[in-house]
Design a protein around this ligand. Structure first.
Ligand SMILES: NC(=O)c1ccc[n+]([C@@H]2O[C@H](COP(=O)([O-])OP(=O)(O)OC[C@H]3O[C@@H](n4cnc5c(N)ncnc54)[C@H](O)[C@@H]3O)[C@@H](O)[C@H]2O)c1
Length: 264
């Protein structure tokens, strides 16, 4: 039987590739993006998130089996906080009552290898405490302090997202309702988001030092789409709370072979 998927960020990159893959597999797919897809809303605003939720419910006639959240920004600005963290969390929470009615509900979001990179602990905590205005103020402060501090914003949004996924996944609303909730953590994916970062040999050398990918180097968005499709398929019954790094070996290269200190 066909499943109904809602995909944010469906107009470009990983979201567009996942949209195309699931359509090709015969599923019903509803895209959400700021432009060029089925539902066009700005997920950086509360109104845009609410409108996106309402339109998704209406368009699916209240029948949604999976949500895949890919919309994101990588600019060193407060807006990245609104889209990457609150735009994901509030959109998912808005659709939770609808997806909970599915026989096999699934949710997956795109975090990043950047969740393992330097971040602002203050910004991460404020996001997790659900204070969007304070988070925007902290992000503006980082932005004003110059490039190095501003660069912490993106990693902070992804660290907060991956922590939110772990925290939420085991709660009654998610695990108790039979909903696996996971994130993927891509390394470098060849999409418009990173085009400038890998445009020249010098830029590639710099990015390769930050995100080493010994297995097959950079990837196409379809590679991430396959993983998102599996995480949100009926086959996934027991994987939840995870950030699955799809990164050509970056995580293993950077963090080494013992990441279990906290439980020893
Ligand atoms: N490309 C990479 O190397 C990489 C690596 C790790 C994680 N990611 C993450 O994967 C996700 C997808 O990124 P991508 O590489 O496909 O980038 P992309 O720029 O190709 O696609 C991002 C999409 O998000 C949409 N979007 C941005 N702001 C929005 C808003 N306010 N409202 C609604 N939609 C909005 C854009 O219009 C675009 O279609 C992002 O969350 C990104 O952080 C990407």
């Amino acid at each position: 039987m066909k499943r109904t998927y809602v995909i944010t960020g469906a107009a470009s990159g990983i979201g567009a590739s996942t949209y195309a893959l699931l359509k090709e597999r015969g599923e019903i797919v509803i895209g959400v993006d700021i432009h060029n897809t089925d539902i066009n809303v700005d997920l950086s605003t509360v109104q845009g998130r609410e409108s996106g939720v309402n339109q998704a419910v209406e368009r699916s006639q209240g029948k949604i089996d999976a949500i895949i959240a890919c919309a994101g920004l990588a600019t060193p600005s407060p807006k990245t906080v609104s889209v990457n963290y609150f735009g994901v969390k509030e959109f998912l929470e808005g659709l939770l009552p609808t997806i909970s009615k599915s026989k096999s509900p699934r949710v997956a979001i795109t975090s990043s290898m950047a969740s393992l990179m330097p971040n602002s602990p203050e910004l991460v905590e404020v996001m997790l405490a659900n204070h969007e205005n304070s988070a925007l103020q902290i992000a503006q402060g980082l932005s004003d302090e110059g490039d190095e501090r501003a660069a912490l914003i993106y990693g902070s949004t992804k660290r907060a997202l991956s922590r939110w996924v772990r925290r939420e996944s085991i709660k009654p609303e998610w695990a108790g309702a039979g909903i696996p909730l996971n994130a993927v953590g891509p390394g470098i994916v060849e999409t418009p988001m990173v085009a400038d970062m890998i445009a020249t040999p010098e830029a590639r050398t710099a990015i390769d030092a930050m995100v080493p990918m010994p297995l097959n180097h950079y990837m196409k968005p379809l590679q991430v789409a396959y993983l998102l499709a599996w995480l949100t398929s009926e086959e996934n019954t027991h994987t939840t709370g995870q950030t699955i790094y799809i990164d050509g070996g970056s995580d293993a290269a950077l963090r080494g072979d013992d990441i279990w200190d906290s439980i020893s």
